[in-house]
Design a protein around this ligand. Structure first.
Ligand code: SF4
Length: 160
């Protein structure tokens, strides 16, 4: 079968809400936002969950300022580097990197506003390697009745 030669990059918890701070999960498992990506045969690269790796499943909610220390930045950079290396390999072989999906207001995976620590390190590396990709964020609100609207926005933002 022909592959799509397209990939999208997602924050870990978009596919696995079991990794978020307890009790902040907003789905049993994966977010419904991935449906249009699956429908179009686009591959999904799941980023690691830096907070899980740093403080585990019993961590408490923390702010960007509380996370922003040398050890956490170093961990985020260390986690981001191999992903960027993989993306370079995809690019070198003419794959399309369709977009990046983060989590708005997360101290780690927020993209706009107060940028999270991991996204800050990851995006710095992407810029350094001249990898420009569309970005999309899952809003911080209750999502139950918003999926259709969000999916439409995602399709437009990623032009898929
Ligand atoms: S660190 Fe990122 S991937 Fe992990 S739970 Fe928070 S927003 Fe999701």
């Amino acid at each position: 079968m022909n592959r799509s030669n397209k990939v999208v990059i997602v924050s870990h918890c978009i596919l696995n809400q079991n990794s978020v701070v307890n009790p902040l999960a907003r789905a049993k498992g994966a977010f419904d936002i991935i449906q249009p990506i699956l429908d179009r045969g686009i591959g999904i690269i799941q980023l690691p969950c830096p907070e899980f790796k740093f403080l585990g499943l019993t961590r408490k909610p923390m702010t960007i300022e509380e996370y922003d220390c040398h050890d956490y930045r170093r961990l985020c950079r260390t986690l981001a580097e191999p992903v960027v290396k993989d993306l370079l390999e995809y690019k070198a072989n003419d794959y399309e990197i369709v977009g990046l999906i983060g989590i708005h207001h997360s101290p780690t995976c927020g993209i706009t506003g107060g940028r999270g620590i991991f996204m800050d390190e990851f995006i710095k590396l992407l810029i350094k390697e001249d990898i420009n990709i569309n970005r999309f964020e899952i809003p911080a609100c209750d999502l139950d009745d918003k999926w259709d609207e969000l999916k439409e926005e995602l399709v437009k933002t990623f032009n898929i």
